[in-house]
Write a protein that binds this ligand. Structure first.
Ligand SMILES: [Ca+2]
Length: 360
C-alpha cells in the first residue's frame, strides 16, 4: 500500500466570534432590523493542508490537526509549532512513521485533557499502519512545558476499523466513513466517534468499534455505566451509526448530542442515550432491502448514483429504522431528507467550549 500525502490546499483556520456589538467590515451575517446575532471572523493560522479539528486551552492556546500533516499548536502570541508529524511530513518536533492519510482518513480529532494544567496531556485520532490491516487509533501524548514537543506516546485505543479496500459504492474509496471526532464530556470521560467504513456488519456489531460512539477513560478503558447491551464491548456508549463526525454536550445537563452524515438524505442530530441504538443497519436483506447490494452494503440503495426522490431513498434505507428497531434513538433534527453535498454536510461540533482570545 502506498500512502501519498495530499497536496496542501492552503486553507486557513478561521475563528468565528459571535457578538452583539458591531464587528465592522468583518461581520459576515447581519440581520437588518432584526435582533440577530452577528458573526465575525479572523484568520489566525494560514497555509494549512486540510485542517480537521481544534482544541483550546483556557488562555486561547490552540491545538489543531491537519489531516495529512499532523498536529500543531498555536500559542496566544501567534507562534505556531509543529508537534507531531505523520509519516515523512517535515517541520515537526516528533514524527510518527505509522500515521498516514487516505481518503477521509488521516489525522482527525484532537482533544486536551480536562486536567491539562497538571498532566500536560493531549489526544489525537489517526489511522495507523502499525497494525495489519491498518486501524484508527486514539493516541495520548504529553506536551512539553514550553509547547516545543510531545512525548510519551501511548495508544489508548488501537482497534477502531478503517476501510482498507475500495468498494463498488459512490465515494467508495479506501478511508471512507472514518468518524474521528474526540471530545471530553463534562464528567471527564472521552467520547470517540467512529464510522461504518461501508461495512454493513459494523453498525450493529456488538464487538467491532465501527459505527459507534465510544466513552472511555484517559487510559482507554471503558467508562462506567456506558449501558451497552449484554455482550457488547464495554467501551461502546451508542451503536447503529453511519458516520458520526460531530459531538457536543448540553450546557446544563451535559447530555451528549451528535451530528451524523446521511446518504444523500437525512443528515441527523441525535441526543444520545447510554446504550442507545442509532438505528442504522445497511445489511442486505434487512427490512425488505435486497440480498445482493453492491459489496454487501445497502447504504446507498436503491439505485446507487442515479437521481431519485429523496423521500423514496429515505423510506428505503432510513438513517433511523424504526420498523426494525422501534426503540432506536430518534433524531431531534434531520434535514428534510436532503443531503447538502459532499464537503458541506453536517459536521459541526458547536460551540467551541473555551473562549478564544486572540493576542492583544
Ligand atoms: Ca439514526
Amino acid at each position: 500500500m502506498i500512502h501519498q500525502p495530499r497536496a496542501r490546499t492552503a486553507l486557513p483556520l478561521i475563528v468565528m466570534a459571535a457578538s452583539a456589538a458591531s464587528l465592522g467590515s468583518q461581520a459576515i451575517a447581519q440581520g437588518a432590523g432584526m435582533n440577530a446575532t452577528r458573526l465575525g471572523h479572523e484568520v489566525v493560522v494560514s497555509d494549512l493542508g486540510t485542517p480537521w479539528d481544534m482544541a483550546f486551552l483556557p488562555d486561547g492556546t490552540l491545538f489543531f490537526t491537519e489531516q495529512c500533516e499532523g498536529m500543531s499548536v498555536r500559542l496566544p502570541s501567534g507562534e505556531v509549532t509543529g508537534l507531531l508529524g505523520m509519516g515523512d511530513a517535515e517541520g515537526y518536533a516528533t514524527s510518527a512513521e505509522d500515521l498516514f492519510c487516505d481518503g477521509q482518513a488521516g489525522m482527525n480529532g484532537v482533544a486536551v485533557d480536562p486536567d491539562f494544567d497538571e498532566n500536560r496531556r493531549v489526544y489525537v485520532y489517526s489511522v495507523s499502519d502499525m497494525s495489519s490491516p491498518p486501524t484508527n487509533r486514539v493516541l495520548r501524548f504529553t506536551v512539553a512545558e514550553d509547547f516545543s514537543d510531545v512525548s510519551e506516546r501511548t495508544d489508548i485505543v488501537e482497534d477502531i476499523p478503517y476501510k482498507d479496500a475500495a468498494t463498488d459504492h459512490p465515494f467508495g474509496d479506501t478511508g471512507a466513513h472514518n468518524g474521528g471526532r474526540i471530545r471530553f464530556g463534562p464528567e471527564g470521560f472521552l467520547f470517540v466517534t467512529t464510522g461504518d467504513n461501508h461495512n454493513a456488519e459494523l453498525p450493529q456489531s456488538p464487538d467491532r468499534l465501527g459505527g459507534k460512539v465510544l466513552r472511555i477513560d484517559t487510559d482507554g478503558e471503558a467508562a462506567p455505566d456506558n449501558g451497552a447491551p449484554e455482550g457488547f464491548d464495554p467501551r461502546i456508549f451508542t451503536y447503529g451509526h453511519r458516520n458520526v463526525q460531530g459531538i457536543t454536550f448540553h450546557p446544563e445537563d451535559g447530555t451528549p448530542i451528535i451530528t451524523e452524515h446521511g446518504p444523500w438524505h437525512s443528515d441527523e442530530i441525535t441526543v444520545l442515550e447510554p446504550g442507545g441504538n442509532g438505528g442504522w443497519d445497511p445489511r442486505p436483506g434487512i427490512s425488505g432491502r435486497p440480498d445482493d447490494c453492491p459489496d454487501d452494503y445497502c447504504g446507498y440503495m436503491p439505485n446507487q448514483m442515479e437521481g431519485m426522490n429523496r423521500y423514496e431513498r429515505a423510506a428505503f434505507m432510513p438513517m433511523t429504522d424504526f420498523e426494525v428497531y422501534p426503540d432506536a434513538m430518534p433524531p431531534i433534527w434531520e434535514n428534510n431528507n436532503y443531503f447538502p453535498g459532499r464537503g458541506q454536510s453536517l459536521r459541526a461540533a458547536p460551540p467551541v467550549p473555551s473562549p478564544f482570545r486572540p493576542p492583544a
